[in-house]
Each structure stands twice: as C-alpha cells, then as structure tokens.
Ligand binder design. Structure first.
Ligand SMILES: Cc1cc2nc3c(=O)[nH]c(=O)nc-3n(C[C@H](O)[C@H](O)[C@H](O)COP(=O)(O)OP(=O)(O)OC[C@H]3O[C@@H](n4cnc5c(N)ncnc54)[C@H](O)[C@@H]3O)c2cc1C
Length: 342
C-alpha cells in the first residue's frame, strides 16, 4: 500500500492481511503468533510506540491505545513478507584468518574487522555484544581498541543480544559511521532498516555477520546449562562444535550433544534457512577452517577494503578455508525449516 506521510514523501507499507486491525496486530498475527519471529528486534528499534520483549516474545503492551498504526514495524520486519535466504551467498574471497592482536571465539576476525574499520576511519564506533557475570548479553559501543581489554566483549554468547535497538542509538551518535555485528536474522533486519530509512543507509558502514545454526532465549539456556552442572561464576567460554555444546569453566568442561537442547531452540530459528548471513558485508564462523582460525567470507567492496587493510598492516595470519565444510549446516537449516509445519 502507498502511504503519504505528513511530510509528504511516499513510503511503501506492506498490505494489511487484517484490514480492520492496526499494523502491530498484523505483525502479531503473521509473524509472532505463528512462531516465525526471529527476535531480531528490528521492529522494536523503529517502533515509535513501544514494541518490546515480554516473556521471550516480541510484544506491544497496550498497543490498543499506543500503536500509531504507522506501519514502520511491518516495513522493517524481515519475516512479514519473508524471502528466505540460504547457501553461501555471493563472495569475493573465502579465507581463514587469525588476528594477531585480539582474542575471540575462534580467530577473532570479527573483532579485527571492526577495529580495523575504525582505524581506517570508515567508522567511529563498533557495536559489540558483551555479557555480564551471568552470561546475559549487554551491548557496548566500542570507540577504540583499548576498550577491547574488556575480555567479555569477544566470544560467542548463545543467547539473544539487543543489537538493533542499540544500533538506532549508534546511528544518532556517530559522525563517520557505525560497524555492527549480528547473526543472520539481525543482518537481514539491518538491510531492511537501510532499505526503508535513509539514516541507516548513511550511517551503517560495515555489517559483519556470524554463521548461525540456532540461538536460545536467556532463561531457557541458562536454566538448561545450570541443570547440566555449569557454574556460571566459573564459565569462560561456550562453544557449539561438531554437534556438541561445550561449556568451558576455569576448572573443567561440561559437554553434551546439542540435540539435547533441541526443544529450547528459539522457535524463529527453526524457520531460518540462512546459515552464513548472506546479506552481510563479511561473515565469519568457525566451521570451514582450522582450530583457532575464523572462516571469513568477504562479500562486498567495503569488506574487501577492510581485509586489504588488515593484510597490509600485518594484523592477521591467513590460511586455507574450505567452503564444502559448510554444506552440512547449510543443508541442515534448509531441511529443518522444510520440516516445520505452519
Ligand atoms: C548464536 C550463535 C550461533 C552460532 N552458530 C555457529 C555455527 O553453528 N557454526 C559456526 O561455524 N559458527 C557459529 N557461530 C559463529 C561463531 O561462534 C563465532 O562467532 C565466529 O566464528 C566468529 O568468531 P571470531 O573469533 O572471529 O569472533 P570474535 O572476534 O570473538 O567476535 C564475535 C563477536 O560476536 C558478537 N556476538 C557474540 N554473541 C552474539 C550474539 N548472541 N548476538 C549477536 N552478536 C554476538 C560479539 O560482539 C563478539 O564480539 C555462531 C554465533 C552465534 C552468536
């Protein structure tokens, strides 16, 4: 539907399926109630009313009185008009990298990309998903590499991070631009924001995607890990590798088959087919390269410039990466989504 706003520019708002209901009720009926919602929070980032998370679900308390029916939520939701992405996506270079400066989940190439982009002057801040002592995520605006002495900023947290509401603040504060990291659903949300709202187009300069099979709501995964004997006060790393969920503590490891946690995988992950974050500028993961390296997929000219800078400065070691090693997880996500009955 074409809508002319008060400022008289035209925007395209997807058609309402429930014609006599406000847009939030349409989002709820198409995406949230059908359990397709990825909890990327793109809608919450843009909603002028009050979309938030209640009991692990995207919700809008009091929407009857507070929803402005502006349609922003359905314009940016990557799953309202869902065009599933999959495969390796387009790329310029497929390689393995290990930062010489930073520690991370694998080769810390995600951190290296963001910091190098800052040093190049492409961006003046990078948004990182850190964590508190109980492994709940917290967002940080990193302005220089010294802040990375906060060791909890790097590494994988197998729970959701509120990246996109924070990105909205970052685009308002930045002068030169923002670098942002996210799982494939978050990357798709960022592209939607850029498509619909010029400030995100102008200010978000680098989007680093993470390979992702699935994610978990915080209370689900923390209760699950505690029941398995994980002591959060000693937990230093969580990893999913070769079908095993591994929690590394200061005094030992707890390992179990990741399929044991299948029932607590967030429902929106089960419909997702994008393993490699195909819409990112560059994406990184652990599968595809040797231990201690990040697999790096360079997709756009901007990411190519950053990796050229990393090479020229000698900030990372590079090695071989094998795209065929990603086939299993790419295929697994497609199959899992096909098996979901909607
Ligand atoms: C939920 C999840 C599932 C994943 N599943 C797979 C998988 O199945 N196979 C695979 O090969 N790789 C997977 N990855 C990616 C992998 O764990 C590493 O993040 C990747 O290899 C990059 O490592 P690095 O050392 O380069 O990153 P680092 O330099 O350590 O940087 C990683 C950055 O990611 C950000 N981050 C961490 N957790 C989250 C989160 N929950 N949401 C948003 N941002 C976050 C932080 O800002 C952190 O700084 C997954 C990542 C996540 C978050």
């Amino acid at each position: 539907m074409k809508m002319v706003t008060e400022s008289e520019w035209e925007v395209n708002v997807p058609d309402k399926q429930l014609k006599d209901k406000v847009y939030f009720e349409n989002l709820k009926s198409v995406v949230i109630d059908t359990e397709m919602c990825s909890r990327c929070l793109t809608c919450a980032a843009i909603c002028p009313g009050g979309i938030t998370v209640v009991n692990n679900k995207v919700d809008f308390p009091d929407y009857e009185t507070k929803c402005l029916d502006c349609g922003a939520c359905v314009r940016v939701c990557p799953r309202f008009v869902y065009e599933p992405k999959s495969g390796l996506g387009d790329y310029i270079e497929f390689t393995a990298g290990r930062s010489k400066r930073f520690a991370g989940q694998d080769g810390a190439m995600v951190t290296e990309f963001i910091v190098s982009a800052m040093e190049m002057g492409l961006i003046d801040r990078g948004l990182f998903a850190g964590r508190d002592e109980n492994w709940a995520t917290e967002m940080f605006h990193v302005r220089d590499s010294e802040q990375l002495t906060i060791t909890t900023l790097g590494g994988t947290k197998y729970t959701f991070a509120d990246v996109l509401p924070e990105l909205k603040k970052a685009v308002m504060f930045t002068k030169s631009g923002v670098g942002v990291i996210g799982t494939p659903c978050i990357v798709s949300g960022i592209r939607k924001l850029q498509q619909e709202f010029p400030i995100f187009r102008e200010k978000v300069k680098l989007v680093v995607g993470l390979f992702c099979t699935e994610n978990f709501h915080y209370d689900d995964i923390s209760n699950f890990l505690k029941a398995k004997g994980v002591d959060f006060s000693k937990l230093v790393k969580t990893d999913i590798t070769k079908g095993k969920f591994i929690s590394t503590m200061t005094d030992g490891k707890v390992k179990f088959k990741v399929t044991e946690a299948e029932d607590i995988v967030a429902s929106g992950c089960n419909v997702c087919t994008d393993f490699t974050a195909v819409e990112s500028d560059a994406s990184c993961g652990s599968v595809g390269s040797a231990k201690g390296f990040s697999t790096v997929v360079v997709r756009t000219e901007v990411a190519k410039k950053v990796i050229e800078f990393i090479r020229a400065k000698g900030h990372a070691d590079f090695g071989d990466a094998d795209p065929a090693q990603l086939d299993f997880l790419i295929g697994h996500k497609k199959k899992r989504a096909e098996n979901i009955k909607r």
